[in-house]
Design a protein around this ligand. Sequence first.
Ligand code: GAR
Length: 200
Amino acid sequence: MNIAVLASGNGTNFEAIVKAAKRGYIRANIKLLITDKKDAYARTRAKKLGVQDIFINPKDFYSRLEFDKSISSLLKREKINLVVLAGFMRILSPYFVRTFKNRILNIHPALLPAFRGERAIERAFGGGCKATGVTVHFVDESVDHGPIVLQEAIIIKEGETLKELEAKVHKLEHELYPLAIKLYVENRLKIKGRRVAIGC
Ligand code: GAR
């Protein structure tokens, strides 16, 4: 199975996924990284990890749809079976989501459906929440939305700083995302409406 990771920033999740594949935890080929930001640090990680990295400049396209069509034909050319969004900060068009229906995963640093969108950790922290968490889900046509694969809560302790909370969230992300991808690759995820059943 071939996997493509789409990322816009730091790429810590991308790295965790590649390392999980290298040690045989995920039995799939992390074939390429696609970024929409020329200076995304994820690209540096890809070079170090030996993963093909492709930058596609959104400014070269006159619409979101054209941009998505270009990524989609690239993914088809590369025979990609699963698309993994790891901090890809662009809204995907319905065209793209339909083309890869039930074959796109996303990770979000909150307990969805709470705190969809950007700066989710900061907003949960700033809102005085006692708990937040991490969600991995299949992607549908809404932002940070779709059948939930894995979700785990994190307690926000009294006196904890935002930085400390962020570190806890990212550590959990680096465990949950490889696990969710492993389950997908092993064909153990069955989508039933809004729910995802995990088989053995
Ligand atoms: C992660 O925390 C991920 O959950 C978040 O972007 C970060 C990317 O970090 N995604 C979203 O907020 C999606 N709405 P990374 O580049 O170090 O993997």
